[in-house]
Each structure stands twice: as C-alpha cells, then as structure tokens.
Write a protein that binds this ligand. Structure first.
Ligand SMILES: O=C(O)CCC(=O)C(=O)O
Length: 234
C-alpha cells in the first residue's frame, strides 16, 4: 500500500481495475438512467455552468435520494481508495454523473478540479468511475501525470465562453488515455490536470465522479462547507 500511496504522490493518479462489484456497477447504471429521464439543464453550478445539454450532462448532488448510492459513497470501497491515496478523515465533498451524449458528446478541456472551487483549499481526491467502458472514441479521460510534491499548486485557468469550461493547459502534450472497462476507478488529485475527449460513438458514455476532502472544505463567504462534508460510515 505504501508503494501505491507513493505512486499516487509521484504521478498524481492511480488506476483500480475491476474495482466495483457487479451490484454497485448496476446500481450506478440504474441511478444514472433514472436521472437521465429528467430534462437536461446547465450543469447546476452557481459560478460555472459547465453543462452542454445532451452533449455533456452533469447529474449532480442527488445521492440523498438514492440510499444505495449514498451507502456506496460512504462505504468500504471508498474508504480503501481514499486511504491508499492519502486522504485523512475523508469526507464526501461532491458527486455527479457525467454523461456524454451518443454521437455528439462534447469534450472537456484540460483542468485541475481544484480550479473550479473558487477559493484556497486543501487539495482533495477525485474518484472517477467508468460506468460504461471508456475508449478514445467515446470520450475517455486523459491525464497529465503530475508529481504532487514537486508541483503542489493550481495552474492559471481561463474560462472559455464558447465551450462553457475552464482551460488550464495550453501546451502540446496529449496526456495518458484512461481507456478502461466499466467498473474501473481512476483516482486522481484535484491538482492533476485532466481532460476528456468527444463521444463519436452511437452510445452514450456514462461516468460517475465523487470527490473526497480531508475534513470539510469551508467556503470563506459563508463559513459553511461548500457542497457536502459527509464523513464515511466505515
Ligand atoms: O468524465 C469526464 O468526461 C470528465 C469529467 C471531469 O473531468 C470532471 O468531472 O472533472
């Protein structure tokens, strides 16, 4: 485990293949499909409206309505992953499905997740879960490996009005494609630059993203936790 924790610090991400039980994968699929029946909207953020209708949908913050999802989010598998990635006192900070529509699914520009927070905070962990197989054709995630101790900060990001997103990398590297089977977890730091491609296939590409901080992330404007601050139940 120390080796894995060290690898996470040195490259900014870890991949866990076959990480989900068939039951949890099915639960994520059915929850996502239930939410997809609702009309598409702008992604829901107060500051950043990153949704693009059916092309890039963010189905967010609904776990309290789905007890099996909440159990998963606060349960044993998440405890294992957060522990390996060095998150102490893990708390659920944020969660959302990310769905790229069939044949027209939009890409997502290079960014560090922490750039979307909007104020200084301790870096946190993003757990990205393939709900469908992820391929370069259907919009898999790409990662730029990062040594988290050598490069501990946020890079400058620019808001792009045409594509409703922040862009935080303007170089030429193409990144490492996270092609994987459904049920794989890619865990990366909120400092790790990542992007995702367009979905050119004729099926939607579903993923689930949940994020864990070490203790709450307090919004200085409200003095209250931003989004969630739910401790694990294990
Ligand atoms: O699932 C994707 O396409 C990427 C999602 C992502 O980058 C994010 O939620 O920060």
């Amino acid at each position: 485990m120390l080796d894995q924790t060290d690898a996470f610090r040195r490259q900014g991400y870890l991949v866990f293949e076959n990480a989900l039980s068939p039951e949890d994968l099915q639960m994520l699929r059915s929850t996502c499909d239930t939410l997809l029946e609702e009309p598409a909207h702008d992604g829901g953020g107060n500051v950043h409206k990153i949704g693009l209708g059916d092309a890039r949908r963010f189905l967010r913050h609904r776990h309290a309505e789905f007890p099996s999802l909440e159990n998963f989010l606060l349960g044993k598998k998440i405890a294992e992953i957060t522990s390996v990635c060095g998150i102490e006192e893990p708390m659920l900070f944020n969660e959302q499905f990310v769905v790229k529509g069939a044949g027209k699914g939009a890409s997502f520009a290079w960014h560090q997740d922490g750039a979307y927070v909007g104020f200084d905070h301790t870096p946190y962990l993003t757990i990205w879960i393939a709900v469908d197989d992820a391929t370069e054709e259907n919009g898999c995630v790409y990662i730029l490996p990062r040594d988290l101790d050598a490069e501990p900060g946020l890079d400058p990001h620019e808001w792009q009005n045409d594509s409703n997103e922040l862009n935080g990398y303007f170089g030429t590297e193409t990144g490492t494609p996270m092609t994987c089977k459904a049920g794989t977890i890619v865990a990366f730091s909120s400092l790790t630059l990542h992007s995702s491609g367009a979905n050119t296939t004729d099926s939607p590409r579903r993923a689930f993203v949940c994020q864990y901080s070490s203790g709450p992330i307090i919004d200085p404007d409200t003095n209250a936790p931003k989004r969630f601050a739910k401790p694990l139940r294990v």
